[in-house]
Design a binder for this molecule. Structure first.
Ligand code: COA
Length: 221
């Protein structure tokens, strides 16, 4: 992924009184499940995540190769409301990353449909710098990939990372994404058009890799 959010106008996303959906009885469109690992728990974003996400994602190291995150806590609140609207519309999901045993949101995983019905989707992620190299990315990514392929029904999951983003590309390679090519001058950041690497993971490839690890989905409610 390149963009932290996939929408280019995060700060201007209109405020909405989106309810916090906790139930999954109507499927993920009515509320995201809790995805639990040994290091991280992924859950629906909540309005009071805005302050911690603002701190975590505004750091220069985190934001330098992604679309600019909201510049205020209020901007994050509008973004969180927008994520709930988009999930209800069936077009997008966004999980907060919380360290296991804590409920503080320290990052995001997001997946958006790029064709009707979510057959092809694009994902992206950002985690606070204090948690880099901790294993939280890999574990969270596996949970999100399981959810995307097994629950949402994604067939092909794409990601874009600025070629200069060594860590983002390294993370994608490590999780098993396949590099497909370079999108020349495709990402405008701070007045400069950057090249991006296009990565993909296919559902069949993911299931084959997972079978090798002997693990399945781990979804709790
Ligand atoms: C992307 C992100 C979520 C990954 O989480 P992380 O905890 O840093 O990831 P990991 O440490 O598990 O994996 C990164 C891998 O890239 C490698 N890496 C780091 N710098 C690298 C570089 N310059 N070139 C190549 N690989 C590099 C790391 O060594 C690591 O691989 P290893 O575990 O085999 O050593 C996190 O770095 C982040 O939030 N970055 C800012 C936002 C961002 O760029 N998002 C992704 C956009 S595509």
């Amino acid at each position: 992924m390149e963009k932290m959010p996939y929408q280019p106008h995060l700060d201007s996303t209109p405020l909405a009184a989106a309810p916090l959906a906790r139930s999954t009885s109507g499927g993920w469109r009515t509320g995201l499940p809790v995805l639990a690992g040994s290091l991280v728990t992924l859950r629906e974003l909540q309005m009071d995540d805005a302050a911690s996400l603002f701190v975590m994602l505004s750091a220069e190291e985190v934001s330098r190769f992604i679309s600019p995150p909201p510049s205020t806590v209020g901007g994050f609140e509008r973004f969180i409301a927008w994520t709930h609207q988009q999930r209800e519309a069936g077009e997008y999901v966004c999980f907060a990353v919380t360290p296991r045993g804590s409920d503080v949101a320290v990052g995001l995983f997001q997946v958006r449909s790029v064709e009707p019905g979510f057959g092809t989707a694009e994902w992206g992620f950002a985690i606070g710098v204090d948690f880099w190299g901790s294993g939280m990315f890999v574990e969270g990514a596996k949970l999100v990939l399981d959810f995307s392929f097994d629950v949402v029904g994604v067939h092909r999951l794409e990601a874009r990372a600025a070629v200069r983003n060594g860590r983002g590309n390294g993370a994608l390679r490590k999780i098993g994404a396949v590099q497909e090519g370079v999108l020349r001058r495709s990402f405008l950041r701070k007045g400069e058009h950057l090249d991006q690497t296009l990565w993909s993971i296919l559902d069949d490839d993911w299931r084959a890799a997972r079978a090798g690890w002997g693990r399945g989905p781990n979804i709790i409610h």
